[in-house]
Design a protein around this ligand. Structure first.
Ligand code: UGA
Length: 458
């Protein structure tokens, strides 16, 4: 099928490249022409595992192209995926300006009927507004547009894998024609008749994804409801961690056993610095704002959000207590991205913690395997180190702020020797407390007291 993708951010780029891998012909566009130039030169503006090989393969095969000409892109596809950003407004509501602008442009540039699909995360009832906007802006041109919602559940860092192996594909449609068109687009995934690039032709055997067909309003709501529930789970784990610290229990033992109940599940119960990134924080805010407008009390989610915001304060307090005076203290920071395996620093708790420490006068030196370029304009006063050891050398404390797996394998004896004071704040429970204690570190982690036995099944 011929598909247009508008917006070449994390979602649009992965969607475009993966749809090309499924056999479709995809034209991607973005109003940021520097992104299009980078892509047309063979570069990738974001770090996402396997994306570079997919993009290269399908630029070569001719099934994936990039253009800065929106009109050309709109005319190329029978189906248009809108993947533009919906950042938060001051009020917490999603800013839908970009969606409205895209509706105007589609209505002005299309020369035939189109199925316009929202992939951007939007509040319930946006589809109805989008349909109205398309009709209004094209009223003198006699064109017909169908609208559908197809929320994405991709996680940054494993987005290609998630696209190729979804557990569900949700579509919100108004008629059978739109459903048929979307089913056709995803047929290779639904029938499992492809070899995904992540497993190099050795995909594990698994059930086909559930194809969930709903109304547009429900599909939009499913997305916000999913991300808000994940946020709830994380805040619950953080609450448990606080309790474990005071009760001399081990949060990993607790969440592990609690999560073994399939009604609860072990995923997303890792306590730490709190949830960040461009999705969970803004989606829970937008969901709260939607509830407020609808007259529904969203206190449950407001509390989850408040717990999350308090995580930074919690660690700051711990760091202040241990370091006594923060001003002019050399502190090493490992990790700046909002989670491992991404270069994304938007709403990163690691960046927020660094910002707060810098404001209190600490002399930070930080290292991140992928996010240094993106953090430089955000925190211009932050000193960046060439590697982990340089970040930590002569420091009076080390903060592990993102759970990059490679930090686990560092030479911790060398780090112990090189630090002015061997003090670690592991805000992600990345390291083994016993190992750190044996090496002689003063070691703080999340909801784990050293004397509690760790579950052998962990
Ligand atoms: C999230 C959802 O997981 C995806 O399903 C969704 O498609 C995506 O948002 C989106 O709306 O586009 P993502 O933002 O990539 O994906 O990140 P997550 O893996 O969900 O992590 C979010 C934050 O929660 C990170 O800061 C992570 O460190 C934190 N987290 C996650 C925890 O603190 N504990 C956990 O147990 C899990």
């Amino acid at each position: 099928m011929k598909i247009t993708v508008i917006g070449c951010g994390y979602v649009g780029l992965v969607t475009g490249a993966c749809l090309a891998e499924l056999g479709h012909t995809v034209v991607c566009t973005d109003n940021d022409l520097s992104k299009i130039e980078t892509l047309n030169r063979g570069g990738i503006p974001i770090y996402e595992l396997h994306l570079d090989e997919l993009v290269a393969r399908h630029r070569q095969s001719g099934r994936l192209s990039f253009t800065g000409e929106l009109g050309e892109a709109v005319r190329a596809g029978d189906t248009i995926f809108i993947c533009v950003g919906t950042p938060p407004l001051e009020s917490g509501d999603a800013d839908l300006t970009a969606i409205n602008r895209v509706a105007q442009l589609i209505a002005a540039e299309a020369q035939g009927p189109k199925l316009v699909i929202e992939k951007s995360t939007v509040p319930a009832q946006t589809g109805q507004q989008l349909k109205r906007a398309l009709a209004i802006y094209s009223r003198n041109r006699g064109l017909h547009f169908d609208v559908a919602s197809n929320p994405e559940f991709l996680r940054e860092g494993t987005a290609v894998l998630d696209f190729m192996h979804p557990n569900r594909i949700v579509i919100g449609v108004e008629d059978e024609a739109a459903e048929r068109q979307l089913r056709e687009i995803y047929r290779p995934l639904l029938e499992r008749q492809f070899q995904c690039p992540v497993h190099a032709g050795q995909c594990p055997r698994e059930e086909a994804p559930t194809f969930v067909v709903t109304s547009i309003n429900s599909a939009e709501l499913i997305k916000h409801a999913s991300n808000s529930f994940l946020a709830l789970k994380i805040s619950y784990a953080n609450l448990l961690a606080d309790l474990c610290e005071r009760m001399d229990a081990n949060v990993e033992e607790v969440t592990h056993a609690v999560g073994l109940d399939p009604r609860i599940g072990v995923e997303f119960l890792r306590p730490g610095l709190g949830f960040g990134g461009f999705c969970l924080p803004k989606d829970i805010q937008a969901f709260i704002a939607l509830g407020k407008r609808a007259g529904v009390d969203m206190a449950l989610l407001r509390t989850a959000e408040a717990i999350n915001k308090h995580r930074i304060e919690h660690f700051l307090e711990q760091i202040r207590n241990a370091l006594w005076v923060l001003k002019e203290k050399p502190v090493g920071v490992l990790g700046l991205s909002f989670k491992a395996n991404t270069d994304d620093v938007r709403f990163s708790p690691a960046v927020e913690l660094a910002r707060r420490l810098l404001a209190e006068g600490a002399e930070l030196r930080a290292y991140d395997p992928q996010a240094m370029e993106k953090v430089a304009p955000v925190l211009p006063d932050l000193q960046l180190a060439k590697d982990e050891y340089a970040a930590v050398s002569a420091a009076e404390a080390l903060i592990i702020a993102t759970e990059w797996p490679q930090f686990k394998c560092l030479d911790w004896e060398r780090i112990f020797r090189s630090m002015a004071r061997p003090l670690i704040f592991d805000t992600r429970n990345l390291l083994d407390p016993d190992q750190m204690a044996t090496l002689g570190f003063e070691y703080y982690s999340v909801g784990r007291t050293r004397q509690t036995r760790r579950t052998s099944a962990l």
